[in-house]
Design a protein around this ligand. Structure first.
Ligand code: NAG
Length: 228
């Protein structure tokens, strides 16, 4: 009888753990508990019609209006962006860790695509009025196929979708990822890695601190025994 109770208790604990881990792995914005956030008295914002200044070599600027820029979004689980493309401008490969996206072309013709977890590329050419989806967490990009400017509007299922650029996430980190990790990962020498880093690091060039670097270098040496 007592054993049964203990077994029951263990089962209950495991059930709770299972439910908790299920809810955390499916984390998204929580459902709102009221019509809108009481702390926010202004559900309006202006300036979304203004063309964003394109100040990068890739020639496209994504302006994300998330909850930080527009507090009215708070608790509502949505965000919006405008993406301005110069001639042949590229919105570089990136992902949004917390939201799927619907992307609509308002002006111009774009080549766009995303990559699934089995590395299949889903790509297409989008004309004015076309819409594409970019699933949460998958790498995607858009490239302006025209000599004139292009514009797209993107809607997100999170008030704070986040953005991780693929290149910056590897070659533009602070501090830099250890040379050996990158030369091994990409199967190229340090010269090539440094060249890539110079394109993507945000000019700070913070190297990994020297004590940590020496320790990591030492640890990454092959054990002498194995070399013999
Ligand atoms: C590094 O690799 C590049 C490209 O393969 C090559 O041109 C260059 O000579 C190499 N540099 C060194 C120092 O090995």
């Amino acid at each position: 009888m007592e054993k049964k109770i203990i077994n029951g208790a263990i089962l209950a604990i495991f059930t709770v753990i299972a439910i908790l881990s299920f809810t955390t792995t499916n984390a998204s914005d929580p459902a709102p508990l009221q019509d809108f956030c009481v702390g926010v008295d202004d559900p309006y914002s202006a300036g979304f019609d203004r063309t964003s200044v394109i100040d990068n070599p890739q020639g496209a600027e994504a302006t994300l209006v998330n909850v930080n820029r527009f507090p009215g979004l708070n608790t509502l689980g949505v965000a919006i962006a405008r993406i301005d493309f110069g001639p042949f401008g590229l919105n570089t490969p990136h992902l949004h860790p917390r939201a799927s996206q619907a992307f609509a072309v308002m002006k111009g013709t774009l080549y766009a695509g995303f990559v699934s977890t089995d590395y299949k590329l889903y790509d297409t050419i989008l004309k004015e009025g076309d819409i594409i989806v970019f699933p949460q967490g998958l790498i995607h990009f858009q490239f302006n196929l025209g000599k004139s400017k292009a514009l797209a509007i993107a809607a997100f299922g999170s008030q704070n979708p986040g953005r991780v650029n693929v290149a910056d996430g590897v070659f533009g980190t602070t501090p830099e990822i250890l040379d050996k990790v990158l030369t091994k990962a990409f199967q190229v020498n340090k010269t090539v890695i440094d060249q890539l880093r110079s394109q993507f690091s945000n000019s700070k060039h913070v190297s990994i601190d020297s004590a940590r670097s020496i320790l990591l270098e030492t640890l990454s040496q092959k054990p002498k025994v194995l070399d013999a």
